[in-house]
Design a protein around this ligand. Structure first.
Ligand code: PMP
Length: 429
């Protein structure tokens, strides 16, 4: 048997496997092709990788045509703001387009530290550290701060970057029911004693459902069990709290009660990249040891300057946050008046309209496009089939008129499509 198999360390013989040396052979690739073919057979154009020709805010340009847009998380309209664009251009002129080295070894520019101090002050903690990608920030930070012998517990709907970080870390990983701090409390009562470090990872605002976590309750639980709490503010930075300072401002607690604040600058920050904010000790440790920081180039000048200018603009124009809140609640209340299923969304600029069927979601977005409205469908397997939806991102620059028209058209199309999704699908294709 050994001639046909591979002897493992304990002497057992593993069966031969077919070698795969090209991507076309991968089962993952074949599955992808099948899914794409099924989508094409519906006759609805591929909803992914739409090319947008200009700045995307309340409106967008696709193929020379203007659409009302609900598909970007430029929540505060700061990407494309003249002051932000100018700051980025000035930084390029001064520092070039890349810092051309890890910050640890000669990539450091004055604006890096300025933005890090600004973010820390904005949130209300000691210091912060910038990384080149939001996803990479979660991956490397979580992957680095915990490891074998530790436990990561995260919300069941946590973003992929949190899960990837947990997998990378080698720590034990246990999800808990969405937003359920009592389930977390029960879980930790049972298992806390088995682990050295426990990291609890949650998000501020959840970007699929537009609901948010009761952070003060999670703080109580993490304190009770001597765990560390990490809050991902990708979608709450700039949108929650009176001035957009996030979950601590929204609830009015001391930001230092959260051990690790994480955020991305790609949404309200009008830029790209991520940050971790917290105690001096946390930031010092990451600055010298986090692989995704130490072994990666520093954040490019244009991106740093844009995020810095975005926060400064928001400080000068705090009404943007209030407008965002007004527009979001108008959108949500109109959806409710129309009887649309918006799940648990509330007080955030993310409003899902759940269709409960991927085909209906796909067709609905296609029909809205024909009406001049751009919104992304979220289909199985990104969510359960019964949770397929359109996801509307509101910006502070949406007008009441744009919102009223969109909700009205959505409700009208959905009423028709629900009537018989299959028949309508055939008729349209
Ligand atoms: N965390 C959350 C909750 C996110 O939604 C995202 C991306 N949308 C990220 C992290 C990753 O951020 P980025 O897109 O800036 O890399």
């Amino acid at each position: 048997a050994e001639a046909n198999g591979v002897a493992s360390r304990n002497g057992a013989v593993a069966p031969d496997v077919e070698p795969e040396d090209s991507v076309e052979q991968f089962a993952e690739y074949r599955r992808l092709k099948t899914t794409m073919q099924q989508m094409m057979m519906t006759g609805v154009p591929n909803p992914y990788f739409t090319v947008h020709d200009a700045i995307v805010n309340d409106r967008t340009m696709v193929d020379g045509k203007e659409y009302i847009s609900f598909a970007s998380y430029n929540y505060l309209g700061l990407s494309g703001h003249p002051d932000v664009s100018k700051a980025a251009a000035d930084a390029v002129n001064k520092y070039g387009t890349s810092v051309s080295a890890s910050r640890l070894v000669s990539g450091e520019k004055p604006i890096h530290g300025q933005l890090e101090r600004k973010i820390a002050k904005w949130i209300g903690v000691d210091n912060s550290i910038l990384m080149v990608g939001g996803h990479a920030t979660n991956e490397t930070t979580i992957g680095h701060l915990v490891g074998e012998g530790d436990l990561i517990v995260h919300d069941a709907l946590a973003h992929n970057s949190i899960v990837q970080g947990a997998l990378l870390s080698g720590a034990r990983r246990r999800p808990f029911a969405h937003n359920d701090y009592e389930a977390l409390d029960r879980l930790l009562s049972e298992v806390r004693s088995k682990y050295r470090r426990v990291l609890v990872a949650i998000e501020g605002v959840y970007s699929m459902d537009g609901d948010f976590s009761d952070v003060p309750k999670f703080i109580e639980v993490k304190k009770r069990h001597h765990a560390m709490l990490m809050v991902d503010e990708a979608h709450s930075f700039g949108t929650m709290g009176e001035n957009g300072r996030g979950m601590a401002e929204h609830f009015g607690f001391d930001a230092r009660d959260v051990d690790i604040w994480m955020g991305t600058l790609s949404k309200s920050g009008a830029s790209c990249g991520g940050y971790i904010a917290g105690s001096d000790a946390l930031i010092e440790l990451l600055r010298y040891t986090a692989p995704g920081f130490v072994f990666s180039v520093g954040m490019p000048p244009a991106q740093v300057a844009a995020a810095l200018a975005a926060i400064e603009t928001l400080e000068r124009e705090p009404d943007r946050v209030e407008r965002l809140r007004d527009r979001s609640s108008l959108f949500l209340s109109l959806c409710k008046e129309e009887g649309l299923d918006t799940g648990d969304s509330g007080q955030t600029p993310v409003v899902p309209v759940i269709t409960g069927n991927s085909m209906v979601a796909l067709r609905l977005s296609n029909r809205l496009k024909a009406d001049g409205i751009n919104v992304q469908p979220i289909l199985y397997p990104a969510v359960d089939e019964s949770a397929a939806r359109l996801r509307f991102f509101i910006t502070c620059d949406h007008t009441e008129e744009q919102i009223r028209l969109t909700v009205r058209r959505t409700a009208a199309h959905l009423a028709e499509l629900r009537f018989d999704p299959v028949e309508v699908a055939v008729a349209e294709s």
